[in-house]
Write a protein that binds this ligand. Structure first.
Ligand SMILES: Nc1ncnc2c1ncn2[C@@H]1O[C@H](COP(=O)(O)OP(=O)(O)OP(=O)(O)O)[C@@H](O)[C@H]1O
Ligand SMILES: [Mg+2]
Length: 502
């Protein structure tokens, strides 16, 4: 019998009154891919941060190769062969790619051999099968590219345990396949890979073993071949869940709310024309990089378009700033919660009420904090935001719960047009059903809804209309009930016309 590379025994981790991990034990063996699943706030990220020296367990022990270890920093855990890629890529925007890759090397020499550094960075990036100029500044990278840099950084160190916390959330299908290839080849070299994901289909495709955790506790560890989708979900949520992803009939009213004609932004997108009715759910599908988000940024006035017309409720409008957009009843939930989304140090309540402060202020400008709290409380219940303190900083929430706060913030503006970019990225299966329900309720209340999603099953179950974008233009438009996943995918990756895929 092989011995585990890394073993945790009876680990506890408390944050104030919250027990994020309780009595948790887990063993990771060489040459296997071990998946870790659980609801938002179950403690997955806390577990890996405890393995990598970011958090110190409140009690319990960690062994590497049978020897007891205490990691006080990520440098120490990396020296012990344990590296991780986190949910939110952590790159230094002012440094270039090569510098980002080598920044964590603790044995940095007094003189840097620049040529050697760039050569090695190029080799690492090539090993990942990616085409990236390592001289590029990290600030210019997309989320997916930032993540590639993180992976390169991890494999540049001599890893024996590689932990990936929701690495696929911001990747396109193609990039996910490449990531899986990397994970498998590391496994074949004897590395233990711990893989966290809310996409259960990935767990089945990739992992050898799967561990379920709930409320900080270890529920089960089994060979993946011995579990099913339904048994996994039941263990994650602690109850049976049925009726996922059933299609809901359209409630579109036939009255056009948003009409976009010939929208163009030089170098980004062109010929963007479509309509959204009151009560209609329109989904933008396509590969990461198809410029769907850029269209949303134009509609919300963050990066206005150069040409074209936007009509809201029959009236021609100019949207030059987000303020204009908000006044016209548009809300935009961004895909990147750090950049455009939420203020990590501010409280949950403050984040939710921020765009609507006027609603809470009296004539003197004094904020009615009780009203603010009532609204925040209401969203905590509706979206099942896991926290016992609405005055606590958003940064202390789990990733999926931060996503819910961002959604709450924009729902609270009572929009007539709601644009949501990747509504359920990082959100667990149970909460995903809740978010979909909220979207259906808003549609039933007459809100015009525009969703950008890379999650095809989500698009298939939500959309009344599917707009497929490719390389900055609209490749085709399907009625939701007529389209198949395969047709949408083929159009997104380059079938020439809609007729070709039909
Ligand atoms: N720095 C912190 N301070 C206070 N509480 C925290 C902190 N980090 C995490 N928590 C709490 O610990 C619990 C577990 O959070 P964790 O981030 O580990 O969940 P997760 O399983 O990774 O969830 P997700 O799927 O949403 O990423 C949550 O209740 C969270 O609010
Ligand atoms: Mg997490």
């Amino acid at each position: 019998m092989t011995n585990p590379i890394l073993e945790m025994r009876n680990v506890h981790k408390n944050f104030g009154k919250t027990a994020a991990l309780s009595n948790f034990s887990l063993a990771l063996y060489p040459g296997e891919i071990h998946a870790l699943v659980g609801e938002n706030g179950a403690g997955k990220s806390t577990l890996i941060k405890s393995m990598t020296g970011i958090h110190q367990p409140s009690s319990g022990e960690i062994f590497v190769d049978g020897k007891k270890c205490t990691f006080r920093s990520t440098q120490e855990s990396q020296a012990g062969g344990v590296a991780a890629i986190y949910q939110e890529p952590m790159v230094f925007p002012d440094l270039n790619i090569a510098e980002n890759i080598f920044i964590s090397h603790h044995d940095r020499p007094a003189f840097i051999n620049w040529k050697q550094m760039y050569d090695e960075a190029e080799k690492l990036v090539a090993r990942l099968g990616v085409n990236l100029d390592v001289h590029r500044a990290a600030s210019s990278l997309t989320l997916a590219e930032q993540q590639t840099v993180e992976i390169a950084r991890a494999i540049s160190l001599d890893v024996r345990v590689l932990i990936m916390d929701e690495p696929s959330a911001s990747l396109s299908n193609h990039e996910v396949e490449r990531l899986f290839g990397i994970a498998r080849s590391l496994r074949d070299q004897g590395v233990a890979v711990l893989y966290i994901s809310h996409r259960l289909e990935e767990v089945f495709e990739l992992s050898d073993k799967v561990t379920v955790m709930r409320d900080g506790e270890h529920i089960s560890t089994k060979p993946t071949a011995e579990v099913t989708h339904d048994t996994l979900v039941a263990e994650m949520v602690g109850r049976d869940m049925q009726g996922r992803f059933a299609r809901v009939p359209s409630v579109a009213t036939g009255e056009t709310m948003l009409s976009v004609k010939g929208l163009r932004k030089f170098g980004e997108f062109r010929d963007i024309s479509f309509e959204v009715q009151k009560g209609e759910i329109v989904c933008f599908s396509g590969l990461v990089g198809a410029k769907r988000t850029d269209v949303a940024l134009a509609l919300f006035g963050i990066e206005p378009a150069d040409e074209g017309q936007i009509e809201i409720d029959g009236k021609n409008v100019e949207i030059a700033t987000p303020k204009d957009a908000i006044e016209m009843g548009i809300a935009y939930v961004s895909e990147d919660r750090r950049k455009l989304g939420i203020a990590m140090e501010e409280s949950i309540t403050a984040n939710i009420t921020l765009p609507m402060l006027a609603r809470y202020a009296n004539k003197m400008g004094l904020i009615n904090t009780q009203l603010e709290h009532e609204d925040a409380q209401n969203y905590r219940e509706k979206l099942n935001i896991k926290t016992n303190d609405l005055d606590g900083a958003v940064g202390t929430l789990s990733g999926g719960n931060q996503q819910k706060v961002m959604l709450a913030k924009w729902l609270n503006t009572n929009p007539t047009i709601l644009i949501v970019d990747e509504p359920t990225r990082g959100i667990d299966v149970g909460a995903k059903a809740e978010v979909h329900q909220i979207i259906h309720d808003l549609a039933a209340a007459g809100v015009a809804i525009l969703i950008i999603s890379s999650d095809l099953p989500e698009v298939m179950s939500l959309a009344d209309k599917i707009i497929v974008m490719r390389e900055g233009h609209i490749a085709g438009i399907f009625a939701g009930e007529d389209a198949s996943e395969e047709q949408v995918m083929r159009l997104a990756v380059g079938a020439k016309t809609q007729e070709e895929v039909a």
